[in-house]
Design a protein around this ligand. Structure first.
Ligand SMILES: [Zn+2]
Length: 442
């Protein structure tokens, strides 16, 4: 099976015979016989590598793990390959932390086999997603390391694997033998940040979680010239990180630093685990009418949206999990509880104050869509204890704003405005006050 094409070519000839046999034995199955994989995607990330196969019908499959060497075998029933699937082996990069290679073959008629050669022991998460947005039926194969780099991912997988659930952070070197991605290559991991901070430490920096909206399967909104929200948000997030890191009084924690998907609740949990002082989610959304323009800042609402557009945008942003693909079968009471915790009025008040400072600075470089911070039920703003804002930098659906969002200079201005707004808020409200408050409340 060295050549991924080998075994596939003769199969085109074998296939009719296979189908004829199946037709005799199971007439109903032949209805799906002509389905083909129409798209195959691969997204390596620090926490996992995701492979997505897409077709017009549900993809029937069997998955097995083989050891020595480690492999994951995905058998697709009654599926045709397609050019996209044949290209999948070429999409595996040397830097992929978990997947060494992909091979495709036909072990028997009616079975299309995808073999992942792995770099170490893994835990697969395989699930199907129904059609949503531009996507058809998808089969998602997430390859997680057996010893997760991130303890949150261990929780998300429902496995602890020797990593204590409340350990501040897994030591990157503790995964004996397993290939571990370079921690510096992904989300910047600051060994000190997760540890309990001393509330008396007045000199501690303000820690900001920078969340680039969307990613991977979830492109977010699209502009008329094809600009994808997920690319714009990552570009602005990286510029914001640089500004924060250049400031002695601040530190940045990137929630995502590449083109991959992170579920909304995992974004929130990553921020909580890093004990950040503020969570900033960056977006550039679309509206049906192209003339609509301007920057907006949102905070969470416990009651209802402050405007029809706020509600509409919140619903669109919350759809990210449906589009990007979350395995809703994962039953984790810990994460669920977090999302259901509504005792966050104080946090929302702080969020509104920070939002106003950021909005004021955005008003210096762009029109404001609204003069006040809007509120709606955004899932990504639901950390009960961390002030959180969502910045809609501009409307990617507005041709002029799309053009500006593509420009590195304008992205830099956006990042600068957000940074200045954050800085202004924390110069008036140093985080130490919040720590003391939290302590006296206990
Ligand atoms: Zn968005």
């Amino acid at each position: 099976m060295g050549d991924p094409l080998r075994g596939l070519i003769p199969l085109r000839f074998l296939l009719p015979a296979g189908f004829a046999l199946l037709f005799l034995l199971f007439p109903l199955l032949s209805l799906a016989a002509n389905a083909a994989i129409k798209a195959a995607r691969l997204w390596p990330a620090q926490d996992y590598t995701r492979i997505t196969l897409e077709a017009d019908t549900p993809i029937r499959h069997n998955v097995m793990t083989l050891h020595d060497p480690e492999r994951l075998v995905i058998d697709l029933q009654e599926m045709e390959g397609g050019p996209e699937l044949l290209d999948l082996p070429g999409k595996v990069g040397a830097e992929d932390p978990y997947v060494e290679a992909v091979r495709i073959g036909r072990p028997e008629p009616g079975v299309l086999r995808v073999v992942l050669d792995l770099k170490g022991k893994i835990i697969p998460q395989v699930f199907a997603l129904k059609p949503v947005a531009d996507y058809g039926h998808r089969l998602v194969v997430d390859v997680y390391p057996a010893s997760p780099v991130d303890p949150l991912m261990a929780l998300y997988l429902g496995k602890e694997n020797g990593v204590a659930a409340n350990a501040p952070d897994a030591a990157p070197g503790s995964n004996n033998g397993a290939r571990v991605p370079d921690p510096a290559a992904g989300v910047p991991r600051k060994p000190g940040t997760a540890a309990k901070r001393d509330p008396e430490d007045l000199a501690r920096p303000v820690i900001i979680a920078v969340d680039a909206g969307h990613g991977g399967e979830d492109p977010g909104a699209r502009g008329r010239r094809g600009t994808r929200e997920k690319d714009v948000t990552l570009a602005i997030a990286r510029k914001l990180r640089s500004k924060i890191e250049a400031d002695d009084g601040m530190k940045a924690v990137m929630i995502r630093d590449g083109d991959y998907f992170i579920p909304l609740n995992v974004r929130v949990e990553k921020a909580r685990r890093a004990q950040v002082d503020l969570f900033v989610s960056i977006h550039a959304d679309a509206w049906i009418k192209p003339h609509v323009r301007g920057s907006s800042v949102f905070a969470l609402s416990e009651r209802g949206a402050t405007s029809a557009m706020a509600r509409w945008i919140a619903r669109k942003e919350n759809d990210a999990d449906l589009i990007g693909g979350v395995n809703f079968d994962v039953d984790d009471p810990y994460l669920k509880k977090t999302l259901l915790d509504l005792s966050q009025t104080a946090t929302i008040n702080d969020s509104l104050k920070i939002g106003r400072d950021v909005l004021a600075h955005l008003g210096n470089i762009n029109d404001l869509h609204k003069d006040e911070v809007e509120q709606a039920g955004f899932a990504v703003l639901k950390a009960p204890d961390i002030p959180s804002i969502l910045v809609e930098t501009a409307f990617i659906s507005n041709p002029q704003e799309e053009k500006r969002l593509r420009s590195s200079a304008y992205q830099d201005k956006m990042a600068e405005a957000i940074y200045q707004g954050i800085k202004r808020y924390f110069s008036k409200n140093p985080p130490i006050a919040r720590s003391k408050l939290a302590q006296t409340e206990n």
